[in-house]
Design a protein around this ligand. Structure first.
Ligand SMILES: Nc1nc2c(c(=O)[nH]1)N[C@H]1C(S)=C(S)[C@@H](COP(=O)(O)O)O[C@H]1N2
Ligand SMILES: [Mo]
Length: 346
């Protein structure tokens, strides 16, 4: 298996950004999971300390630029058309304050107008939202297959109710060196995995997206790609408390361009590891191929953890551009989540 040896978080120098995790709230969530009998699933917090203080300088800088770290603009524009008028019961979900991005929230109109979704707009990140009119995100079922006690198909509205939805602000880093900070709504993937009842032999997950050329123009235009899109995670990565199954963003259901009606979010990995609009989850014994690694193995390895010290063969990963401010900022090991995922990559 492909291995990347990563610097340990405590060896990092000159941390430029405020903490992205509230350690107290994080530990509380872990204690809760333990009390509920899920302790074994929640990966441990590394022994290194994280500062608990919210960075007042970053907050002041954010305010000056006109957005706040704690609220997002009330925007009706990107509410997906398949949600009934008025707010459906699931949204907005309560925010889990343990997760806060560490820099200004990206305004919704920026996040929703520059997207990477090759099924609709192949070849670049751009205005995917202009190409999604024919897409049908309801009804939507997800097939749970492979090494599980009982393979089955489930409606996404059932998945969204396995445990209460929660909102978390996460950083998001695309391999193409742009980034954003957005509030996702979803459930911990650990809860979803438990609910799927994997067999003990399962060690990997594969997510497969839809194949509907009649609804997704990019699947016709770029017919040479190996559709449908497919991605994978190790089981222990899927069980890490940071990993989410996401159904919403900015306090409402996902619009098409963000991967309606259900997607993956793995905030310490490059964006392409977070498969959008998946229709199938398989539990596997062996490491699966992925859409990008099968096309370009040298550029898109299976792990693909954010790492400023490992350049992409064609560009540096040392810094990134915030899509809202245009600021170039240093990239952090594991996108700022090194302490939370340290156990995975010893
Ligand atoms: N099915 C599918 N999932 C996908 C992609 C895609 O083209 N198809 N692009 C990936 C890439 S490269 C990125 S950066 C993120 C972008 O997510 P966003 O548009 O919600 O910001 O989705 C990822 N998931
Ligand atoms: Mo990306």
């Amino acid at each position: 298996m492909f291995e990347i040896h990563l610097p340990r978080p405590w060896s990092r120098r000159g941390r430029a950004l405020p903490p992205v995790i509230d350690e107290k709230a994080w530990l509380e969530r872990r204690a809760l999971l333990k009390a509920l009998g899920f302790g074994g699933l929640a990966a441990g917090l590394g022994s290194c300390g994280i500062s608990l203080a919210q960075d007042p300088e970053a907050a002041a800088a954010a305010e000056k630029k006109g957005f706040s770290l704690d609220s997002y603009p009330a925007s009706a524009k990107w509410v997906p058309k398949w949600e009934p008028a008025g707010r459906p019961k699931l949204y907005p979900a309560g925010r889990n304050g343990a997760f806060r991005g560490g820099r200004p929230l990206t305004p919704e109109d920026r996040a929703a107008t520059k997207n990477n979704f090759y099924e609709f707009l192949p070849g670049r990140a751009g205005p995917v939202y202009k190409h999604v009119d024919r897409f049908q995100a309801r009804p939507w079922t997800v097939e749970i297959a492979g090494l599980v006690e009982e393979p089955r198909s489930v409606d996404i509205d059932e998945i969204a109710r396995i445990v209460p939805l929660e909102e978390r602000i996460y950083r998001f880093r695309c391999v193409e060196a742009w980034s954003m900070v957005v509030p996702w709504t979803g459930i911990p993937m650990a809860d979803f995995v438990r609910w799927c009842k994997p067999k003990p032999e399962a060690r990997y997950l594969r997510f497969t997206s839809f194949h509907r050329p009649e609804q997704a123009p990019g699947q016709k235009q770029a017919a040479h790609y190996p559709w449908p899109y497919y991605e994978g995670l190790r089981l222990d990565e899927a069980l890490n408390p940071l990993t989410l199954v996401v159904t919403g963003i900015f306090g409402h259901g996902l619009p098409a361009q963000h991967g309606a009606p259900i997607r993956v979010i793995v905030p310490w990995k490059y964006g392409y590891k977070s498969a959008k609009s998946f229709v199938k989850v398989e539990f596997l014994r062996d490491e699966p191929g992925t859409f990008w690694s099968d096309l370009q193995p040298s550029e898109y390895p299976f792990l693909s953890n954010v790492d400023p010290t490992i350049p992409h063969p064609r560009w540096s990963q040392a810094s990134e551009i915030d899509i809202a401010t245009g600021d170039r900022i240093p990239t952090e090991v594991h996108n700022g989540y090194a302490a939370e995922v340290a156990e995975l990559y010893d």
